[in-house]
Design a protein around this ligand. Structure first.
Ligand SMILES: [Zn+2]
Length: 421
């Protein structure tokens, strides 16, 4: 104990000595580096480009004369066009620590990662550089109480993760509008940081498991073409997560009328009668198939539609099938891709037997023949082995992360242990 006290005392004395010999500023500030400069050596002036600002005016305000400004702008031109300064973007002036505070370097940040340096301390030179980027792998588990966005929001997770899970990874396998309380998930993902501190969102989801109605859905990101940089998410058996639509709801049919917003019909005196569906002509009684898996949201007889069925596939897509002779499914039914949902007929407004196939994207009717629809490439046989080896440690990692509920059950025990210490 006595030894410790002496040490503290002598330390205190030493520190006082330093303060006496050096300026207070130097002793109290550690070296700060940014943009590759030691900021301590300068007076640092930070601002953002304002309306009416130009490179010349900013320098002039900081006491740089016009002949110099012209020369600087001219020499920097190959690296950066000074006329491209955008309102609202940050810039930094490094100025000499003298009474004139002469600017030595102008640094402009067109985005979070990049910065342009125009250095005119001695000779004039300009270059573009990038701030260091750090990726941090993280894991998260959660249990659904009402929605995925709420669960993630309560944990302070970027809404990007909701979008990645709902619109990309599980868009074809899980309907995020119909999650059940108690559905739960684990995600291994990578966060991106600029300059160690600035959060720049989620770089990628590497692996995830989602338990929906007690069924487990694994998804692993795998690069299928390293040259093109293309990737997909596959499950633990190497099956692609995407389930593209069938080209047509009926087999051996022909398209008798395409989606056409400018359709005019002679019968109606050439009045504009937009056609928001694609008509597949087929004999009465031909089976109509769901073009993708989903849940039946409408099944009824209504006016010009006749007998029709509407299916929701995920949060983005719905399809609708009109003029059926007979319907085979009812609201709430889960249908698989290719499953028969009814038979071709002539109910409602129709001149002949056909199914009017309507394709909805985000609540709007679009032309499925023109839409860029998700493609699902099966994993090639020679990649499959590589894939299974690749996901093995990731799957083990996922499986060892306890689900949220299991964690909170253990929490009191953890606290006790730390109290004993
Ligand atoms: Zn039609």
């Amino acid at each position: 104990m006595a030894l410790l006290a002496i040490n503290i005392f002598s330390c205190k004395e030493g520190k006082t000595e330093i303060l006496e010999n050096q300026s207070e500023e130097l002793a109290s500030f550690p070296d700060i580096y940014e943009f590759g400069f030691k900021l301590n050596d300068f007076i640092v002036k930070r601002d953002t480009i304002r309306k009416g600002d130009s490179f010349g005016e900013i320098l002039e305000r900081n006491r740089v004369g016009y002949p110099d400004i012209f020369q600087i702008a001219n020499k920097a031109r190959d690296t950066f066009d000074i006329r491209k300064l955008q309102i609202g973007k940050p810039y930094t002036l490094l100025c000499a620590k003298d009474s004139l505070e002469t600017p030595k370097t102008f640094i402009y940040q067109p985005n979070l990662e990049e910065y342009v340096v125009i250095n005119f301390s001695d000779s004039i030179h300009a270059y573009t550089s990038r701030k260091p980027i750090k990726y941090v792998e993280k894991t998260i588990t959660g249990t659904i109480t009402s929605s995925i966005s709420q669960t993630l929001d309560e944990k302070g997770i970027s809404p990007m993760l909701t979008n990645l899970l709902a619109d990309q990874i599980y868009a074809w396998t899980i309907d995020f509008n119909r999650l059940q309380p108690g559905d739960r998930f684990k995600v291994i993902y990578t966060d991106k940081y600029i300059d160690d501190t600035i959060y720049a969102g989620i770089k990628e989801v590497k692996a995830t498991i989602f338990e929906h109605k007690k069924e487990s859905f694994y998804a692993f990101k795998f690069v299928t073409d390293s040259v093109k940089g293309s990737y997909d998410y596959f499950d633990e058996k190497a099956k692609n997560q995407k389930r593209p639509f069938l080209k047509a709801p009926v087999q051996f049919s022909r398209i008798s009328s395409r989606y056409n917003l400018n359709r005019r019909i002679a019968y109606y005196g050439f009045a504009l009668r937009p056609h928001k569906g694609t008509d597949f002509a087929a004999a009465v009684g031909t089976p109509i198939m769901a073009t993708a898996s989903g849940i039946v949201t409408e099944s009824k007889y209504k006016g010009g539609n006749g007998n029709y069925v509407k299916i929701r596939h995920n949060s983005t897509y719905e399809t609708q099938y009109l003029h059926m002779q007979k319907r085979k499914v009812k609201v709430g039914d889960h249908v698989k891709q290719g499953e028969i949902i009814g038979w071709v007929g002539m109910t409602g407004n129709t001149g002949g037997p056909h199914v009017c196939y309507r394709f909805w994207k985000n609540g709007k009717q679009v032309d499925p023949l023109k839409e860029k629809l998700p493609q699902s490439e099966p994993i090639s046989e020679n990649l499959k082995g590589k894939y299974l080896t690749f996901i093995k440690p990731l799957k083990e990692q996922l499986d060892t992360i306890p689900f949220e509920k299991e964690v909170s059950d253990e929490k009191p025990k953890d606290n006790l242990i730390s109290l004993n210490h």
